[in-house]
Design a protein around this ligand. Structure first.
Ligand SMILES: C[S@@+](CC[C@H](N)C(=O)[O-])C[C@H]1O[C@@H](n2cnc3c(N)ncnc32)[C@H](O)[C@@H]1O
Length: 372
């Protein structure tokens, strides 16, 4: 089976590191997409364990299509009834770039017609009263790829975050931010603008090796020949891999409502006991500890009226950070002049997208602990 893992631009290296941990050493990422050969067990492992990836697809076919007839004929050759049950409701979703066929809606209708024709030929009915699965197509440079979305809802949906405060980060992006930092369970981590708690919660799950997909379902479970026991075993095994690391994570926000939500989300994720929550204006944050880490996503200045307020918050942040001896900080923001506000050059800058907003992930590395 060909499996395709997708992730957002800039996070490919994090996903490759995760794949490496799952035993896949030679994964190649191109344009936010990684192709792998695998079976149902690997599919289940990817969906249960990948923290930074967006989705996993099963690619059914790839072919050239420059006309609707070519598109229909090629899709008609795909053995959909090996994947879909008699009454499966097939939803279409897709994208076209730089191709002769650019009308996404029409391409979707042609593909759907071909799918229904295959289903009708095999099952004698094209009634779609069963559960839904999504067929995803891309047509790129006239090459069409037809894929089953194996996840259903994206992998960022861990199942714990029903409550969100303003502008929450996607859980997958939060994990990439953590992966791109020097965080490990032994270190103190602080998010002083924690909002709904995404960064601290994901960090606690990483530190305790709690699999992100443990408490949710995936669309691949609805495939005709998917053996249920495979996912059950992958989840059972994941549970056994949780550890009892002592975790030192602090989450604060100026807004009491945000802290209440963050606590509730952490409770649902099973990590509330590992995070110290506090209502606090970031400018008052202090710590006697050395070598701690801040990973955070402060407010953005997306409207003119808020730009000045945001700069003031950032200046206070820079002032507060000066008081933390040998700490490192990692900040995701769309404010390009963040380095000049901090009064120093970032150790590293990476371009990342938060939803559709182009942001920079600024790393300011502190001194390393002295070896004794
Ligand atoms: C972009 S949101 C953070 C979203 C968060 N990463 C999440 O996933 O939900 C920024 C947060 O900064 C908080 N905030 C704004 N000014 C603050 C201040 N002076 N001190 C602490 N928190 C502040 C806001 O209440 C808001 O929750």
């Amino acid at each position: 089976m060909k499996l395709i893992v997708t992730c957002s631009s800039g996070t490919e290296a994090s996903v490759k590191r995760e794949l490496y941990k799952l035993g896949i050493e030679d994964a190649k990422a191109v344009d936010g997409k990684i192709e792998l050969d695998g079976d149902f067990e690997l599919l289940a492992k990817l969906c249960v364990w990948l923290r930074c990836a967006d989705r996993v697809f099963i690619e059914l076919a790839k072919f050239k299509a420059t006309t609707f007839d070519e598109l229909f004929d090629n899709v008609k050759n795909i053995p959909f009834t090996e994947y879909f049950k008699k009454y499966t409701r097939v939803m279409l979703n897709g994208n076209c770039y730089n191709s002769s066929l650019m009308a996404i809606k029409t391409c979707g209708s042609v593909i759907k017609k071909a799918v229904m024709s295959v289903m009708n030929d095999e099952y004698g009915t094209s009634s779609e009263t069963g559960s839904t699965m999504t067929l995803y197509f891309t047509i790129f440079n006239d090459i069409c790829s037809i894929m089953i979305d194996a996840c259903g809802s994206g992998l960022h949906k861990r199942g714990y975050r029903e409550l969100t405060y303003t502008a929450p980060l996607k859980e997958t992006l939060a994990c990439s931010l953590i992966d791109l930092s020097v965080y490990s369970a032994k270190k103190t981590l602080v998010d002083p603008f924690c909002g709904s708690g995404t960064i601290p919660i994901e960090a606690a799950m990483i530190a305790r090796n709690i699999a992100p997909g443990l408490n949710r379902h995936f669309d691949f479970e609805k495939l005709k020949y998917f053996p249920k026991y495979i996912l059950e075993n992958v989840k059972k095994d994941a549970k056994l891999q949780e550890n009892d690391n002592i975790v030192n994570i602090y989450a604060s926000d100026i807004n009491p409502e945000a802290i209440e939500m963050a606590k509730e989300n952490a409770r649902k994720a099973g990590v509330e006991q590992y995070i110290h929550f506090q209502v606090l204006d970031m400018k008052n944050f202090k710590s006697d500890e050395e070598y701690g880490i801040i990973i955070s996503n402060p407010p953005y200045g997306d409207r003119l009226s808020t730009k000045d307020e945001v700069k003031k918050i950032y200046k206070n942040f820079a002032q507060m950070f000066k008081g933390l001896k040998d700490w490192s900080c990692y900040i995701l923001t769309d404010v390009k002049e963040f380095e000049s506000i901090m009064g120093k050059k970032a150790t590293k800058k990476r371009k990342l997208y938060n939803a559709r907003i182009e942001c920079t992930y600024f790393s300011f590395m502190g001194n390393k602990p002295k070896k004794v």
